[in-house]
Design a protein around this ligand. Structure first.
Ligand code: SF4
Length: 604
């Protein structure tokens, strides 16, 4: 026996002894484990539909509100939970199991917090259990998403709400009640065609409104106009969905609302795409440190992923899975190629229908909202890095979307939001370092959201954002000089064309940044040709110098980062050819509202 074998035996024995000791301490000496069975809950019955409120949540505010309006229109009492915050995270950690991922804690804690608030307002626990149910998404799978349902039940039980009903919306099966499925089919929720169509419309309209908001807000001339348009748009769409009408009419009104916002698209702003784990990138609260809102305040244009991309992805992998198992026996041991082909045709038709409808709505909105990414292309781009059969989280999509953003000139920078404790994100994190090596143009930063450490995370993002700003300035300067325009000529021409200030004005897509693309548009109108005289890569110093001259000409407000007490003081007159001693990264036309210190203070 080798020394290693002896050591191994010793270790095994020690492990066994320790296990026995723990078993004794916990009273688990009896080894007769019993099969765990899901508890059977009271079903939601049809007769209690009018007295029972269905709670749900987890998407953006626009989606949650529109889904509420849709389902209310079908005759249900329904209410979205508020956006989860750090208090919900604390409650989730208190009542949840150890070692869960962050979205579990936020969403579980959010529901418990809601119930606790109801109790504090004077409702008894019995009344809460009688008058409320919770509807959530679920799935089986390799990540903790498959455990959400059990976590909700455990936390509710430990918080004193044992028996609170949790209904499950399963991604693969459609909707069924997590317990007592048969009862649910005849029960409180009719999962009819109207129900599904209403949900799809609400999700699409929510995506489109959010998309317009993020594309227009950074360029609006009158601050607050876009947010007002979003507010009105949600009311118009909500009324239409509640009435069960077609949304085309409402979208035309929404188009007029957004079209009335006047914009200055000559502002040079880096585009930052937020990607990552589905919940973490979608939420608008503490779950991702309010990343979208904060990035805008830092001078970026944000690109978020529509929820519709997720639906499109599910349909794509549905097709892939059917083809992969084609000709193999099913769970009954039978091989039915016809059945497989039928299923494939059905999913393919659904996918086509879904994308076409999304495009139809985009068209009504002047094609301003972005097209859904091509899943086939994303798969192709990701396949040499991440196997499509590795499921959980965003799967291969996260890697594919990063490469897609670089190759299709979608964004200057990509932020991947990874919740603390997320297994699939940890996998793709490892893969992304290879992607960044292979695509040197990619400015990529993964951030782990844990609910705390906000200052550190934002400080890291600011550093990368600076790189993206330099890239954006470089692109702008290159195109400007390529056409032989001065900044004044370019801006004067844009000002002289009132239609260019329309938020829905068509823009070409040759570069990443909006302002750089605008130069192409102006050049086309003025019949100018691009000259290749210019070295396409200016040095950073040249770009900085150009940008500072532009900033100086426009009186951009600089921020003194060395002296926090004077941080917000305008010092534009100090900007010179060699750079301003205090201004660090102002862009032409940009007003930076906060220094790093102020950001840190705000986060505290
Ligand atoms: S993808 Fe990650 S964060 Fe999301 S549920 Fe799965 S383990 Fe949790």
């Amino acid at each position: 026996m080798s020394p290693n074998d002896t050591l191994d035996r010793q270790a095994q024995q020690e492990l066994k002894d320790y296990e026995e000791k723990l078993r004794q301490e916990l009273g688990l000496e009896d080894d007769n484990a019993e099969q765990w069975r899901k508890p059977v809950e009271r079903p939601l019955l049809r007769q209690s539909r009018e007295t029972t409120t269905i709670l749900f949540g987890g998407l953006t505010t626009a989606h949650d509100e529109l889904i509420r309006d849709t389902i209310q229109g079908l005759g249900y009492k329904v209410e979205p939970l508020p956006c989860p915050d750090n208090v919900a995270l604390g409650i989730g950690k208190e009542f949840g199991n150890r070692g869960q991922c962050n979205p579990t804690y936020y969403t579980v804690g959010n529901l418990v917090k809601y119930c606790q608030n109801l109790r504090e307002q004077g409702m008894s626990v019995e009344e809460i259990k009688e008058q409320y149910v919770f509807l959530t998404a679920g799935a089986c799978g390799p990540c903790r998403f498959g455990m959400y349902e059990a976590e909700f039940r455990k936390a509710l039980k430990d918080a004193g709400f044992e028996g609170f009903r949790v209904l499950l919306f399963e991604q693969e099966k459609g909707i069924s009640q997590a317990s007592g499925d048969e009862a649910a089919e005849e029960g409180g929720i009719d999962f009819t065609k109207d129900f599904y169509m209403g949900l799809i419309k609400a999700i699409m309209v929510g995506d489109l409104i959010n998309d317009l908001g993020y594309q227009i807000r950074p360029y609006e001339i009158n601050s607050g106009q876009t947010n007002e348009a979003i507010k009105q748009a949600k009311l118009i769409a909500g009324d239409c969905l509640r009435a069960g009408e077609k949304v085309e009419e409402a979208l035309l009104k929404i188009r007029d609302l957004f079209g009335a916002v006047r914009c200055d698209f000559t502002r040079v702003k880096p585009k930052v795409k937020i990607t990552g784990e589905f919940w973490a990138m979608t939420t608008e609260g503490d779950g991702n440190y309010r990343m979208g809102e904060w990035l805008e305040s830092e001078g970026a244009q944000v690109l978020t992923e529509p929820v519709s991309t997720w639906v499109d992805y599910l349909l794509y992998i549905g097709k892939h899975d059917i083809m992969k198992t084609y000709g193999l026996p099913d769970s009954d041991g039978k091989v039915s190629r016809f059945k497989s082909l039928k299923s494939y045709a059905l999913v393919a038709a659904l996918k086509l229908y879904f994308r076409r409808r999304y495009d139809k709505y985009r068209k009504i909105l002047g094609m301003k909202p972005m097209i859904l990414p091509d899943q086939g292309k994303i798969h192709k781009l990701a396949q040499s890095y991440y196997n499509i059969d590795l499921r959980g989280g965003e799967g291969h999509m996260e890697v594919g979307k990063n490469i897609y953003a670089v190759l299709e000139k979608k964004a200057h920078m990509v932020i991947s939001v990874k919740p603390f404790g997320c297994m699939p994100s940890t996998q793709s994190d490892g893969v992304q370092s290879k992607v960044v090596n292979d695509y040197p143009d990619c400015i990529f930063i993964p951030i782990e959201t844990s609910g705390d450490g906000e200052v550190n995370i934002k400080s890291r993002v600011q550093m990368k954002l600076y790189e993206a700003k330099v890239r954006c300035r470089e692109e702008f300067a290159r195109v400007l000089e390529g056409y032989g325009f001065s900044l004044e000529q370019f801006r004067d021409y844009v000002k002289s064309q009132p239609e260019y200030a329309s938020s829905l004005a068509e823009q070409p897509h040759h570069e990443v940044g909006v302002a750089a693309n605008m130069i192409h548009k102006v050049a086309k109108a003025m019949k100018r040709h691009y000259s290749l005289r210019v070295d396409p890569k200016m040095s950073i110093e040249e770009v900085e110098s150009l940008a500072r001259r532009q900033a100086e000409a426009e009186g951009a407000v600089c921020v003194n980062v060395d002296e926090p007490e004077t941080a917000a003081t305008a010092q534009s007159d100090e900007c010179g050819e060699d750079g301003c001693p205090t201004c660090t990264d102002s862009l032409p036309g940009e007003q930076k509202h906060r220094s790093i210190d102020q950001t840190a203070a705000a986060a505290r």
